[in-house]
Design a protein around this ligand. Sequence first.
Ligand code: FAD
Length: 323
Amino acid sequence: MSCILTFVEQRDGSIRKGSLEALSEARRLAVAAGWNSCAVLVGHGVEGKAVELGNYGATTAFVVDDERFARYSAEGYAAAVRAAVEKCQPEAVFMSATAMGRDLSGRVAARLLVGCLQDVTQLKIDSGKVVAVRPVYSGKALATADGGAKKPVVVTLRPNVFAAEASGGTAAVEKLPAIPADVRAVIKEIIAAGGGELDVAEADVIVSGGRGLKGPENFTMLAELAKVLGAAVGASRAAVDAGWIEHGHQVGQTGKVVSPSLYIACGISGAIQHLAGMSSSKIIVAINKDPEAPIFKVADYGIVGDLFQVVPAFTEEVKKLKA
Ligand SMILES: Cc1cc2nc3c(=O)[nH]c(=O)nc-3n(C[C@H](O)[C@H](O)[C@H](O)COP(=O)(O)OP(=O)(O)OC[C@H]3O[C@@H](n4cnc5c(N)ncnc54)[C@H](O)[C@@H]3O)c2cc1C
């Protein structure tokens, strides 16, 4: 039977939300087409997690468990995914378009000599082929593409666009041997940024600040609003380039692409390169003192005003509502 194989990303044994979204979308498409949905999980000490994947629609979960895979290794993980591909001969390989997914997808596609569709926001199966829609030219147009004649097509799915839905199923777990890959690059250490901050790429609510914040100290005001909303803090490139906040928070063409349920842009003008990273957000709120700012063209709700008055007042109102 035809199938879709989803690479499930884990960090320190925790499965990433974006992977559950990709797996759920694979199940939705597979059910409609009468296909199977399989998953591949790579890491060390992760076998126990494989059963969970059935809950998100995988009928078979392949596990490659090896101490050399405790940390991400592009070459090692690509060999592991390739082993799963050989096992189930999928029509498509799905991954979340995270930093790891973007890196791994190209490598897997190159190894298999197949097509790769990055950062897709819509998927369907048409005449037995997976067809994807993806934003191009900084989100100004949408391109529809399939992977060409050779299968499988490798597809990365934009995080927060597809819903993760538990379906209550169980997966048959199949262990695959770790392929002795020619691993030339080894990650020795990972230094995580700031204690336990929410990653903008996965957050459901983002409060983002731009040059209008005037200085790094004013990001604490945004952090306070983010805290009461359970949100992540994002930033424009102008704020990042000024050294007010780390690059990991940057949203846009040269930052992260986000699709939260709610994006609150504070003192951000709405340059095309910023919009490229957040225009697929479900609800956009813009706070800007310039009524002509381009951000208002994409905003669902706009507040023309001084963010130094609006943001603290907004934070207080949310606190009152939550009290
Ligand atoms: C190749 C390339 C890649 C790029 N990639 C990115 C990217 O990934 N992400 C990104 O963001 N940009 C990117 N840029 C930069 C982009 O073009 C803009 O320069 C940048 O987004 C502007 O940031 P900003 O909106 O914070 O600043 P500005 O454009 O200076 O806007 C500041 C806004 O704050 C408002 N404001 C000022 N004071 C207040 C106040 N008190 N209350 C309320 N509002 C106030 C102003 O009215 C203004 O609209 C890229 C550019 C290039 C050329």
